[in-house]
Design a protein around this ligand. Structure first.
Ligand code: BGC
Length: 258
């Protein structure tokens, strides 16, 4: 158990398509240090509208914990490429994000030191430090199967950011347009059919990158028993452990140590 008070804990914010969620994170235990707060994602989810939600979330976290919290670092996930705080792609978010200096925008809006990173990179950091890939050396590839497909490369515990392997072109298709969980839902694919698409996808990753371990995250990973045993691969492939906590925990880790 960490002996620090809630006020010292970094805060992670996970910016998703449906909800924006925030919690203080205890990096000693790799878990939330207080209640999670959630606000529905604004529509349209422009950078300014999202920054307003962050301000509200930080205020309600401070109120819930009965603290000021203004000195704790804040980490934020964004579902796009993030280079040195600047968002470089917007496959599943408002186009207004492209070219936005999100570190600067959120730091100004919240009056806190805010550090932004890609959502899958956050999940990757969290799974390697505290979750399914804890203690794994070599190359761990963490993928998130959701609206799109996110990816993180973590080599000997060090993140190589912005790998964007959901956008690999395979057999003439962008991989996430065939194998994301949203496609399974919209095309009403059986687990078997989806597992065949996932096999094609993960075999490509295996051939190109020779990972030591593949971790499958995203909300659907809680149903891993229904599809993962049908994904045929040489490389060990396992479900994520932290589920919908991974983004928040990884964001807080990045803010505190990144
Ligand atoms: C984006 C990635 C993101 C992934 C999961 C993709 O469409 O390009 O940056 O990590 O979706 O949200």
């Amino acid at each position: 158990m960490s002996s620090s008070s809630v006020a010292d804990h970094p805060i992670g914010i996970d910016f998703g398509g449906r909800g924006i969620k925030a919690a203080p994170v205890d990096l000693g235990r790799g878990d939330f240090a207080g209640d999670r707060q959630r606000i529905a994602t604004p529509d349209p989810a422009t950078p300014d509208a999202v920054a307003d939600v962050f301000v509200e979330l930080l205020a309600s976290l401070a109120k819930a914990e009965g603290i000021d919290g203004s000195t704790s670092p804040v980490g934020v996930t964004v579902p796009g490429i993030v280079r040195h705080g600047v968002v470089g792609s917007a496959a599943n978010i408002d186009d207004a994000w492209i070219g936005t200096d999100a570190d600067a925008l959120f730091t100004k809006a919240t009056g806190r030191a805010v550090r932004v990173l890609n959502d899958a990179d956050a999940a990757g950091l969290a799974e390697v430090r505290f979750g399914a890939a804890r203690g794994q050396n070599g190359l761990v590839v963490v993928t998130t199967l959701g609206t799109g497909i996110g990816s993180a490369f973590v080599h000997d515990g060090v993140l190589v950011p912005n790998t964007e392997l959901g956008h690999l072109e395979i057999d003439g298709h962008v991989a996430e347009s065939r194998a994301a969980n949203s496609v399974r839902e919209s095309e009403d694919l059986t687990w078997e059919k989806w597992a065949r698409r996932l096999t094609t996808y993960y075999r490509t990753l295996e051939r190109l990158f020779s990972p030591d371990l593949i971790v499958v995250g995203g909300g659907v990973s809680k149903h891993a028993a229904s599809f993962l045993p049908m994904v045929e691969l040489e490389t060990p492939i396992i479900p994520a452990l932290l589920l919908n906590k991974a983004g928040i925990i990884g964001a807080a880790l990045h803010a505190a140590e990144g």
